[in-house]
Write a protein of this length. Structure first.
Length: 205
């Protein structure tokens, strides 16, 4: 009987120790998850602050007439520029980097009526930007890199009445290049190469 009691005591001690170990592991895992989540939260907040700071600096530059210093990384900046008369008058150059033109704020780029020089790099839905700029009389120069453009987008480029220079720093279908040369005979057209292996077009003047 005494031996049974001892065995039961040992089993209870083992079970209790195992339960405590499991609890410790669960608590440690929960703590680690909490720390990780909080780290992500802080990182997200820091990025939001950096984005807001970039927008404000770009806005100040545009208002002061230094639009050649502006890099656009979200649609909110475009809306800010469109809301300010000085920025509307001064924005002659914009470079869009790593954006998705499906973001609603980009629709207002059409309100930047002085915009003459546009660069697009590594962005999605470039056709939408070209839709918003369709027929814009101030556009003189367009540069596109790592941002796919469909046949529809190529047709929209052809609606820019005063476009003087166009460069694609990316492979382009030969049919699109041929269409642009035909539709805009006075255009200086540059391109890295075409998907059919043709050599690149003229370099930027």
């Amino acid at each position: 009987m005494q031996a049974d009691a001892i065995r039961r005591g040992e089993q209870g001690a083992f079970t209790g120790g195992w339960a405590r170990s499991v609890c410790c592991v669960l608590v440690a895992a929960a703590a680690a998850t909490g720390v990780l989540w909080y780290g992500v939260y802080l990182s997200d907040r820091a990025e939001l602050h950096r984005a807001a700071d970039r927008r404000w600096k770009a806005f100040v530059a545009a208002k002061a007439g230094r639009s050649d210093e502006i890099t656009v990384s979200d649609g909110e900046l475009v809306a800010m520029l469109a809301d300010d008369p000085d920025c509307v008058a001064n924005c002659t150059t914009l470079v869009f980097v790593d954006v998705d033109f499906a973001e609603p704020g980009f629709r207002r780029v059409a309100e930047l009526v002085a915009l003459a020089d546009v660069g697009v790099y590594s962005s999605d839905n470039a056709d939408l930007l070209l839709t918003y700029l369709q027929g814009a009389p101030a556009i003189e120069k367009l540069w596109i890199e790592s941002s796919p453009v469909s046949d529809w987008g190529i047709g929209l480029i052809a609606t820019l009445p005063n476009l003087q220079y166009l460069h694609f720093e990316q492979a382009m279908p030969v049919e699109q290049i041929g269409y642009l040369k035909s539709a805009l005979p006075g255009l200086t057209l540059g391109y890295a190469d075409t998907s059919t292996g043709m050599p690149g077009g003229p370099a930027e003047p």
